[in-house]
Design a protein. Structure first.
Length: 342
């Protein structure tokens, strides 16, 4: 079987999931070509797992100061180039297209009549029981049309009564007790974030962002995003302050880290994630980067029990290679039965 695997490159969570999938595809000697879009090619890092991968411009939302900017999204998008990328992508030699919310491969596969499997968090919202934001109807519509699939396999923190899988994380990673607070808010203004953290001098923060260079500002360590460094600090942290993306919070839940999540304003998926976190009572949320709210949370930072997820990536790779795409219910039940609390 020859597979084309498309990955949305805007956030690191999609890439983290793909790394775990790539590990198991490689162990089974499956021929997989990877294509990433949504990020400038020079801004990808730690991509060795994907071999000679391809990049495209694709489509992505533009953010300004922690909020979706539909104006900048419109003015910075390249619709003509996007259509050309779809038309110019030759998928004739592939037996299967997998997409983690990557639109070029999804649309190219759809137009060519190829089977397209969506594996990712966004596909969980195809099921009615999943908490969803009622405020951002346009975001919900876009999420359904952005990367169309023949079959969507969703990932979430609960099955919500449907055939939804647990998160894809590295099950071998374990958390350790530490005193640092990891801060990863890549869609916020980083100078604003640093200034806010410096007003909490009794805490030791490690602030990560692709925009930063390694430095020290009083009680705030500034770190440019890197896979090894971030994973090390995350494992040794006391708690995490982040946007309400899916993958990082999943890793925190697996390691038993306390999380304070701030949704990106205007991003329906993150708003829905915040709803789910509150409903499941596994993390705390805030609407804005309010100093007093963050101080109160830090002063009363709750301890969390680790949620031990199985190797979902391994199970999904076997499921894909088995070729039975119409009945994921049994697989979902088995994976949730293997999920436990430490």
């Amino acid at each position: 079987m020859k597979i084309l695997y498309g990955v949305q490159g805007t956030g690191n969570g999609h890439i983290s999931r793909a790394r775990m999938m790539a590990k198991h595809f490689a162990a089974r000697n499956t021929q997989v070509d990877y294509l990433f879009s949504g990020r400038d090619p020079e801004r990808y890092f730690d991509m060795e797992a994907f071999g000679n991968y391809q990049t495209r411009t694709g489509l992505s939302f533009a953010t300004r100061n922690g909020a979706i900017s539909y104006w900048h999204t419109l003015t910075e998008s390249h619709p003509v180039q996007f259509v050309q990328e779809i038309r110019n992508l030759d998928v004739s030699g592939y037996d299967l297209i997998i997409t983690d919310f990557e639109p070029v491969t999804a649309w190219a596969g759809k137009l060519a009549g190829k089977p397209v499997i969506g594996i990712g968090h966004q596909y969980a919202f195809h099921h009615n029981g999943v908490p969803s934001s009622q405020r951002y109807w346009l975001s919900r519509v876009i999420m359904r049309c952005f990367a169309p699939v023949s079959f969507g396999l969703g990932l979430h923190w609960s099955d919500f009564g449907g055939p939804i899988m647990p998160p894809i994380i590295n099950p071998e990673v374990e958390g350790k007790a530490g005193d640092k607070i990891v801060v990863y808010l890549p869609f916020e203004n980083q100078q604003t974030v640093t200034a806010l953290l410096m007003q909490l001098p009794e805490y030791h923060f490690v602030q990560y962002s692709p925009e930063l260079e390694d430095n020290q500002c009083h009680n705030v360590q500034l770190r440019k995003t890197s896979l090894a460094g971030f994973k090390r600090d995350l494992a040794n942290s006391r708690a995490v302050i982040c946007n309400a993306g899916f993958e990082l919070i999943s890793e925190c839940l697996h390691m038993g880290k306390s999380v304070l999540a701030k949704p990106v304003l205007g991003q329906g998926e993150q708003d829905a994630n915040a709803l789910a976190l509150r409903q499941l009572e596994v993390a705390d949320t805030i609407e804005s980067l309010d100093l007093n709210a963050i101080r109160r949370w830090l002063n009363n930072c709750p301890s969390r029990q680790a949620i031990i997820y199985p190797d979902v990536a391994e199970a999904l790779v076997d499921w894909v290679l088995d070729g039975n795409y119409n009945n994921p219910d049994a697989l979902a039940r088995r994976l949730w039965q293997q999920t436990s609390s430490a």
